[in-house]
Design a protein around this ligand. Sequence first.
Ligand code: KIV
Length: 277
Amino acid sequence: MTAATPSPVVGRKPITLHRLREMHAQGEKITMLTAYDASFARLMDECGVDCLLVGDSLGMVVQGQPSTVPVTLEHVIYHTQAVVRGATTSWVVSDLPFGSYQESREQALRSSAALMQAGAHMVKLEGGGWTAETVHFLTERGIPVCAHLGLTPQSVHALGGYRIQGRDQAGADTLRRHATELVQAGAAMLVIELTPSDVAAQVQLDNPGVMTIGIGAGARTAGQVLVGQDMLRITRGRLPRFVRDFMAEGGGVEEAIRRYVLAVKDGSFPDEAVHGY
Ligand code: KIV
């Protein structure tokens, strides 16, 4: 371990929503990585990652699918069960996959309950506008919700590809309006993916209480998330501009994860000039 690597999180208490809110209020950045299995979950937890996301990106990362669209609720349940067996203190967020919440608020509740019963602490759903009513329905029933705006990969075919969202004024205004509606509906956390840094920063300023978690959304969000396999450079081929290869400085997987935690906490990742839009 180098001097720049944080020490292990010995005896860390389980991360709760209350604790995450406290961190946010105190200006401490929140760290999140995707995890799909018990081994990575355990390692990430031990390295002090605050939140683990059982993302539907598992479709691409684990299953080799071309998008997240083929992922089913059963797949996310299976991976959530594995992650919670490995992680003992991180806050676990599980994705509601495509087709598991769009039909009705009742369908969203049934799918969310299945994820919570599998061990998730919070569910995440994509999109703005119509989703606010669903978020309200879920949060009223005791389910913590993370909303997801900007690039929403489940809508990749409707969006015409993996493009930056909120670039023009109308797009930025819509994103800001959707964010505020979702926060008013009860969303405690908001993933913002692939948007100009100024737009994500404005969403955070509009809604100071919500924990914005950026991915390709600049440095002024409350926290950051990356796909674990991307930041460990397990993913082959060209990576998006917002990903930093945390293995590049040498050392092993554990050191790279610790380096990520440290870099998010001290604000050195993301670097606007390198990773921002
Ligand atoms: O599924 C996922 O991994 C995600 C992140 C990209 C935020 O939603």
